[in-house]
Ligand binder design. Structure first.
Ligand code: ATP
Ligand code: MG
Length: 613
């Protein structure tokens, strides 16, 4: 029996339960946000293990982000206890890396190392004798081609037909050779090479399929061609596969994801059963209704049904502030007021009391979501001033660059010798561990350091060791201190889902998560949807889905906030409200005038705001 003593399926409603009981063959679970898709996925695995006796090791569960994988492991741990830790639940990247590592181990060759962003740009720039900028642009073109063709050689047909620019073609070959000469892979290769491994080596395929006897994939609407090929390879003919998703939440088209793979599921697996869920357990009625109004113009197959069933009647708040700084301050003040507990005075409703009526808030109940990473700067400043704890998972590229530079700087100070050797070994070890499912239990500093180290190439370390600064002095030769330093320098906050901190997240990173209170900041045309001057490639439909994803993260309170003026592309401009906010009927909104602080700060801004609304 489960640790709680209850049978796993008892915690599901009849529709969810029907889905969880389909364990043989292919299953497509198609449903809106907050309907319990992920809950059904984890309980279905618990059912397989506890009720049907399937070994946990055979229940591979794949998702997209590290945070979502952490969450899956956490939920499985709660349901299954020790056996939960044996369920391989991981991201596509971690799966790719672990398949490649296992194969390397079996073949007695060195495991692959991952090239950092800075490193791969520098490497290509040097090899071609071009600027870093040019190299970065070529790498973006190469990355787009690699979605379809994992290796240069695989693209022969397209190359022959003249479909590919010859500069890109040559750069690709050079890049591939440079990586190979150093035993490096880039992040795309983790999945691309794993696909080739499974398609070309029957031994590796059999071992992988053993792990994927009962395969589940969450957020299937965001799968790209490479990931799709991996999934197809993992499912044996007539095998068991459960894909879960919501086409309304497809937000990675810009990176090559194709919701077409989701719709093709029934063709790929003709015997597939399809289950739809309708009841939203997450958000209050006004939040569900407002979100449905925003997504309404988006095309859908059949009727879009999402029935609110959670309590709560607070309207969706719309806050406008004169400037970006005032917007950030206002978010912070609102959180402080709500944290004031059951006696706080609600400036929005003019009532005294906890608006949600369901207990006091703690820091981890709050999330601030934004479209672009730069927006987090003001929020971090304001939160830091307030002294409230917060955590942020930085954008992968930023983290990668910062991590790589921090390590290079730190290692640069280490004279060749035993410490340098230890650091290098530690970096290699940590890089390997990043793919391990057991990570959730590791101490935060180690996890953070590991994340930084995971992106470091051996070459960086080697180069840095020619140099002569004094890390030993800074860290006293203490490896743990060094790792903590690295984590701090790299600004890669250890993301601990259990920590009582306010979350700062991009909208993309918030996928699949939920919070009692959500602030969606920067609700302005140009940010949502995001536009760049002089470019008209904005995919407004995808931006709409992203906005919808953001709104549906909220359980009890949703704040849509906006600055009347914002610095964009080096200029301060007057903003227009996001067209997505305009889709929401007035009856669901609660517009608050500018806060007293903001009014004192900018009378003019406040007056203008009144006129616009
Ligand atoms: P998303 O599309 O955003 O990923 P989802 O469909 O995966 O959403 P979950 O995260 O699984 O939804 O569930 C949303 C919330 O509703 C969770 O807090 C979950 O525990 C709760 N929930 C789901 N089903 C039930 C149920 N049958 N009884 C009680 N609570 C439920
Ligand atoms: Mg989910």
């Amino acid at each position: 029996p489960a640790p709680g003593g209850a049978a796993p399926l008892e915690a599901l409603d009849p529709e969810q339960r029907a889905a969880a009981e389909i364990t043989d063959g292919a299953l497509l679970l198609l449903a809106g946000p907050g309907t319990g898709k992920t809950r059904t996925l984890t309980h279905r695995i618990a059912h397989l293990v506890l009720d049907l006796g399937v070994p946990p090791e055979q229940c591979l569960a794949i998702t997209f982000t590290r945070r979502a994988a952490d969450e899956l492991r956490e939920r499985l741990g709660a349901l299954l206890g020790e056996a939960g830790g044996r369920v391989p639940a991981m991201t596509f990247h971690a799966l790719g890396l672990s398949l490649l590592r296992e194969h390397a181990q079996g073949a007695g060759v060195a495991p692959p190392a991952i090239a950092g962003e800075r490193e791969r740009t520098a490497l290509l720039a040097a090899a071609l004798g071009v600027s870093d900028r040019r190299a970065a642009r070529l790498l973006a073109d190469i990355a787009a081609l690699k979605r379809r063709y994992p290796r240069h050689a695989d693209a022969r047909g397209a190359l022959a037909s003249g479909e590919i620019d010859r500069h890109v073609d040559r750069a690709w070959k050079v890049y591939e050779d440079e990586l190979a000469a150093r035993g490096l892979l880039d992040l795309d290769d983790l999945i691309g090479h794993a696909v080739l491994l499974l398609e070309e080596q029957s031994g590796a395929l059999a071992a992988a399929r053993e792990r994927a006897r009962y395969l589940s994939i969450d957020e299937y609407q965001d799968i790209d061609e490479r990931q799709y090929r991996l999934v197809r390879a993992l499912v044996a003919p007539g095998g068991n596969v459960c894909a879960i998703g919501d086409p309304d939440q497809a937000i990675y088209g810009f990176r090559g994801a194709d919701v077409g793979f989701f719709f093709r599921f029934q063709q790929d697996f003709p015997a597939a059963r399809v289950v739809r869920l309708k009841r939203n357990y997450r958000s209050s009625r006004p939040i569900v209704e407002a979100a449905l109004q925003v997504i309404a113009p988006s095309p859908t197959l059949g009727a879009r049904e999402l029935l609110p069933s959670a309590g709560g009647v607070e309207l969706v708040a719309v806050h406008e502030s004169p400037t970006e700084a005032a917007e950030a301050e206002r978010v912070v003040h609102t959180i402080e007021r709500m944290l004031g507990g059951s006696t706080f005075f609600s400036m929005d409703s003019g009532r005294v009391g906890d608006p949600a009526g369901s207990g006091e808030y703690s820091f981890s109940d709050f999330a601030v979501l934004y479209r672009t990473e730069v927006q987090s700067e003001r929020l971090r400043e304001a939160l830091a001033r307030s002294g409230m704890p917060f955590q942020r998972r930085s954008d992968r590229r930023l983290a990668e660059r910062a991590g790589s530079e921090a390590l290079a700087r730190a290692v640069a100070g280490t004279p060749p010798g035993p410490l340098a050797a230890r650091l290098k070994a530690a970096a290699a070890r940590l890089r390997e561990e990043v793919a391990q499912p057991g990570l959730a239990g590791a101490p935060p500093a180690a996890v953070a350091a590991e994340e930084g180290a995971a992106f470091l190439g051996e070459a960086d370390v080697d180069a840095a060791l020619e140099l002569h600064l004094a890390l030993a002095e800074r860290c006293g030769g203490d490896l743990d201190r060094f790792l903590i330093e690295l984590a701090v320098c790299a600004e890669i906050d250890a993301w601990d889902p259990r920590a009582d901190r306010i979350s700062l997240l991009t909208l993309h990173a918030a996928k699949g998560l939920e919070f009692r209170v959500v602030f969606l900041v920067g609700c302005e045309d140009g940010l949502l949807p995001l536009r760049f001057p002089g470019r008209d490639e904005t995919d407004v439909a995808e931006e709409r889905r992203l906005f919808y994803v953001g709104m549906t993260r909220a359980r009890e309170r949703l704040f849509l906030t906006r600055a009347m003026q914002r610095a964009r592309h080096g200029k301060v401009v007057e903003t227009e409200v996001s067209p997505f906010v305009r889709e929401v009927e007035e009856r669901l909104l609660q517009r608050a005038g500018p806060s007293p602080e903001a009014q004192r700060g900018s009378r003019a801004g406040a007056d203008r705001q009144m006129k616009l609304f």
